[in-house]
Design a protein around this ligand. Structure first.
Ligand code: ATP
Length: 614
């Protein structure tokens, strides 16, 4: 069952760690490289042409000293210089083309991957989101993927190209003087070993960095979103402390990688420098002993430079690629999460439903066996209003979450028109569902866009109708831009009551068959309250409604009231019946007097109990 909260998976990464690092890297990389293999191969060829042109210079150096200068053949000087100029031009052109071809394709891939990741995350179950920090998720979708640039962009091609150039230069060195080459070979092997060791060490630190970064940005985003609470509790300094600790954790991590990569660079320079010194000594002796010409020596020294450049590049590329792999692994982890609609049982498409909702002996637990709802039976015929009341933590929100199929019960079933919700295609069900929550959660944009969020295909007339029916027009028409007024993040520029009305209009535009309503607890002024009640009445008309009720008027008008306690229905019936029974409901009614929003001026009948007066 995809939407039931999965028990925390045992961490399987540990035993895996040891050997298949390389295979994991290849498994992650191949799907990225495969569709681009022609481009990458072409670019590799280009790179080799460029690097081949680079070999012209040492060859020309040898030719210059031994043939042109040594034998006084001035006529060869100009062609030699022209040849070298051509080679330099080819190198430049190749470098330019590589950036054009590879970097652009890599950036495109980053965009595609981000889109894929965002889509995937959107398909994950609510239970999964409950365990995440949204800021951390943002960082995963936006930053972790950045490193791919190095894998499929210039980085990878440079890595392969540099390795090939290094091999070519090494061959050239052997050919020019095997004695000299063998004397520096040991240093090169030592350098290779050092590189491997360094990458292995640095990679986990990079992975850790991404984790820390996403935690820190997650916490930062929370603090920013909750700025009113932060300021209200004068917690700015505490927030700063939390952030400072996070920023310093990132710094510590970066410091470690910087130490490692600086050490690597130092080792590279030392090894290459030592190789240069050896070459000077052995080469100088060889020239003196007549085993080498000065042209050979010049060519050798230049080729050694050709070998050094890619080797040093391998060192810095290595850290970048390590970073990229770490990001790719994290992205892969996210992509492996099973989407809530991936369950093959969820195959049944619902056409427009009547809206008969039933709970049949439903038990549900967020965590193993800690039942939040127990053996719950409930029948909500199409078009009726079911009000849920009960103390905090009784399971009211959980019950409506099951109606929305945000979660699936472990026992029993929830059906709509007789079809088990565990077997329906989620999209086809949720398209018929409207949700109006306490925290109306509007998006930054215009009022019109927020209403149309319920049904993007709605015509301007339909939006206007919804806005009128939900009494949005009353306040919107007083604004200079009317429905086209921008309302700020989460609708901060509207009052609480106005936000609720926009949320109701949004649900009206969606025209759902089944409605989930979590009434706001806040007391509004009488006029606003009565407008909202009227809007809600319009919204509920003809739809099966589940309402977590805080308004006495809603509770009174409900076709049935369920009194929940500890996940069980302890009483059910209509308002008058329940009051007459003098049971839990009557008790709650008495006690909740202040909490239940009493009757507003527009309500038709006065409260039956003095305890319910506003
Ligand atoms: P309230 O009126 O305060 O909103 P409620 O009746 O809606 O309460 P629920 O939110 O359904 O109650 O919670 C019922 C129980 O389930 C509570 O004990 C709560 O701690 C637990 N619970 C709710 N959501 C989760 C979750 N995502 N993971 C684990 N436990 C949860």
């Amino acid at each position: 069952m995809s939407s039931a909260p999965a028990p925390t998976k045992p961490e399987t990464a540990q035993p895996k760690r040891k050997r298949p690092e390389f295979r994991t890297a290849l498994r992650l990389l191949w799907p990225l490289l495969r569709p681009r293999r022609r481009l990458l191969f072409g670019c590799l060829l280009l790179l080799l042409v460029g690097r081949g042109a680079g070999l012209m210079l040492p060859a020309a150096g040898k030719y210059l000293l031994d043939e042109v200068v040594g034998k006084g053949r001035r006529e060869l000087l100009l062609p030699l210089v022209l040849g070298c100029g051509g080679a330099v031009a080819v190198q430049g052109l190749v470098a330019w083309s590589l950036v054009q071809l590879l970097s652009k394709s890599a950036q495109r891939l980053i965009a595609d991957k981000r889109i894929e990741l965002q889509r995937h995350v959107g398909r994950l179950a609510v239970a999964w989101y409950d365990k995440q920090k949204s800021g951390a998720l943002v960082s995963r979708v936006m930053s972790d993927i950045e490193g791919i640039r190095n894998l499929v962009g210039t980085g990878m091609v440079e890595l392969v190209g540099s390795s090939i150039t290094a091999l070519g230069a090494f061959g050239l060195l052997l050919w020019l003087s095997w004695r000299l080459t063998l004397s520096v070979l040991l240093l090169l092997v030592a350098f290779g070993a050092l590189l491997l060791w360094a990458f292995k060490t640095i990679r986990p630190i990079y992975r850790e960095r991404m984790k820390i970064q996403s935690e820190v940005s997650g916490r930062l985003a929370e603090g920013l979103a909750g700025v009113r609470v932060v300021k209200g509790f004068r917690a700015e300094a505490r927030e700063s402390e939390v952030f400072t600790a996070g920023a310093l954790r990132i710094f510590e991590n970066v410091r470690k990688t910087l130490t490692a990569s600086a050490g690597l660079h130092l080792a590279a320079s030392l090894l290459m420098g030592t190789a240069g010194v050896i070459v000077l000594y052995v080469g100088g002796s060889d020239i003196l002993d007549g085993r080498m010409t000065s042209g050979d020596f010049l060519a050798y020294a230049m080729s050694l430079g050709l070998l050094a450049a890619p080797v040093v590049m391998l060192a810095s590329l290595g850290t970048e690629l390590t970073d990229a792999f770490a990001g790719l692994e994290r992205v892969d982890e996210l992509l492996k999460e099973t989407p809530e609609d991936a369950d093959p049982k969820r195959a049944q498409r619902l056409e427009r439903v009547r809206g008969d909702v039933r709970f049949e002996n439903v038990s549900f637990a967020y965590e193993d066996e800690r039942w939040v709802l127990s053996e719950l039976d409930l029948e909500a015929p199409a078009g009726t209003v079911t009000a849920l009341v009960g103390p905090s933590g009784a399971g009211k929100s959980t019950l409506v979450a099951l109606v929305a199929a945000f979660a699936t019960p472990q026992r029993g079933r929830v059906t709509v028109d007789g079809v088990d919700l565990a077997t329906v295609e989620l999209g086809s069900w949720r398209a018929q569902l409207g949700v109006v929550l306490q925290d109306s959660f509007l998006f930054d944009g215009t009022i019109r866009e927020n209403i149309a969020y319920g049904r993007p295909s709605a015509t301007p007339e339909q939006i206007d109708d919804a806005a009128r029916a939900a009494h949005v027009l009353e306040f919107a028409s007083a604004l200079p831009l009317g429905l086209d007024t921008i309302i700020g993040e989460r609708g901060v520029k509207l009052s609480g009551g106005q936000r609720q009305r926009v949320a109701i209009a949004r649900a009206l535009a969606a025209d759902p068959r089944v409605l989930i309503l979590d009434e706001a607890t806040s007391h509004l002024d009488t006029e606003s309250e009565s407008l909202i009640q009227e809007a809600l009445r319009t919204l509920m008309r003809g739809r099966t409604t589940f309402v977590i009720a805080h308004r006495l008027s809603t509770i009174r008008g409900a076709d049935q009231i369920l009194v929940l306690e500890h996940g069980r229905v302890v009483e059910r019936g209509r308002h008058e019946e329940l009051l007459a029974r003098s049971g839990r409901y009557a008790e709650l009614h008495e006690r909740q007097a202040g909490a239940w929003i009493g009757l507003s001026a527009s309500s038709t009948s006065p409260p039956t109990s003095p305890a319910c007066a506003p």
